[in-house]
Design a protein around this ligand. Structure first.
Ligand SMILES: C[S@@+](CC[C@H](N)C(=O)[O-])C[C@H]1O[C@@H](n2cnc3c(N)ncnc32)[C@H](O)[C@@H]1O
Length: 376
């Protein structure tokens, strides 16, 4: 069904948008960016985001009634994005969680001071059981439960009904263990019992009660170039935001969520195929160019490519020049039609704010290109 107009987020009832916030993710862009691109592409039938992060583009496509494909190399991003394409009832999610927990303890509990202080021991036992049971399960209900658990894994402690399973922590990123333990000890802040099932139930009800109809699609965890080569579908709208030059902390800052998905119980300091690991700007532009070339091969002629991009001040780079270089290097028929400062939307600060922690943000631009060549 072709979309006629994608409404800005302010036109949607708040409860319809809740699922988009199932779990925070570093450097997510505001929903209005992909919604604006959808509104500008009324002929679009299938949407792609080759750096999909938590799946904001996919959720915008869902709201517009379109199927979408997302790709991300970070397992945390892919797990959150998957939930953006799923429609399940809160009851189904709770039933699955209950069945797992009633089935008895699974997996081995990680040891050490961090774990003793981060979670009360019955809560940790439940978390480990849920983690173990959800490995490799690919049903829509499991995908939703997994994303919900990622979203409640850590966050601030509140007075009444708890919203997060952990001791006091930020919700957007996981503190490093030594820092966190020191913080809790200094304040004698012992972890309190948080029954996982209760938090899951409250969260699932809130997120899913008014979730919109799903319109299909798929999320691939992997490198965008390697994944695009294997795809068969063609796209006419691509909305994306590659990692900004100088941005390397995606994996380490999400270490607790990475653990939940099967990673090690400590901070992994690697860049794991992240495109921003490139040693210099020219290499980064070349690597990005390969993504735009692989994207062109999966697009129809006339396709629209909308990119939000920026750079950390510490990286001393001109984001527009870097992005134009990357499109030139792609040699695949993308012609730049618009460039503007990012965020004509009132929520524009959100993505930039996320970068604050890594060294205050960033000049951001929105660039639009059109595919005029014939994709090879
Ligand atoms: C700026 S974030 C995208 C955020 C997204 N727009 C959102 O709203 O959540 C860039 C993403 O690119 C991913 N990424 C980096 N290198 C990649 C690669 N080689 N292949 C696929 N994804 C990659 C990162 O893991 C990160 O999630």
């Amino acid at each position: 069904m072709p979309v006629t107009a994608a409404q800005p987020s302010s036109r949607w009832p708040e409860d319809v948008l809740r699922l988009n916030a199932v779990c925070p993710y570093y450097t997510m862009f505001p929903l209005d960016f992909p919604l604006r691109q959808l509104a500008a592409s009324p002929q679009a039938t299938r949407v792609l985001d080759p750096f999909c992060g938590r799946g904001t583009t996919l959720y915008a496509a869902r709201l517009a009634g379109l199927p979408s494909v997302g790709i991300d190399i970070n397992p945390v991003a892919a797990a959150i994005a998957q939930a953006k394409l799923v429609r399940v009832t809160p009851e189904a999610v709770v039933r699955l969680a209950r069945r797992i927990l009633e089935g008895g303890a699974l997996g081995s509990v990680p040891e050490g001071e961090f774990w003793e202080w981060c979670y009360e021991n019955r809560t940790l036992r439940e978390l480990v059981t849920l983690r173990e049971a959800l490995f490799e399960v690919t049903t829509p209900t499991a995908a939703m439960l997994r994303a919900i658990l990622l979203g409640i894994l850590h966050g601030p402690r509140n007075k009444n009904f708890p919203s997060y399973l952990s001791n006091q922590m930020p919700r957007t990123y996981a503190s490093k263990p030594a820092y966190a333990v020191n913080f809790w000890k200094k304040r004698d802040m012992r972890p309190v019992r948080v029954p996982a099932l209760e938090v899951i139930e409250r969260r699932a009800t809130r997120l899913l009660e008014a979730a919109p109809l799903a319109h299909g699609g798929y999320v691939y965890q992997g490198d965008s170039v390697a994944t695009l080569v294997g795809l068969r579908q063609r796209f006419d709208l691509v909305v994306t935001s590659p990692p900004y030059y100088g941005m390397r902390t995606y994996v380490a800052d999400q270490w607790l969520r990475s653990w939940f998905l099967g990673g090690p119980p400590q901070v992994p300091y690697g860049t794991h195929g992240q495109i921003a690991r490139q040693p210099n700007q020219d290499a980064f532009a070349t690597a990005l160019g390969e993504v735009w070339a692989a994207t062109a091969r999966r697009c129809h002629r006339g396709a629209r490519l909308a990119i939000r991009f920026g750079a950390l001040p510490s990286a001393r780079t001109d984001p527009e020049k870097l992005l134009r270089d990357s499109l030139k290097k792609a040699k695949s028929g993308w012609v730049v039609t618009e460039v503007q400062q990012a965020g004509t939307s009132p929520k524009r600060t959100r993505q930039a704010e996320q970068f604050g922690k890594a060294g205050s943000a960033v000049e951001e631009i929105d660039l639009v290109a059109e595919l005029i060549g014939v994709p090879r």
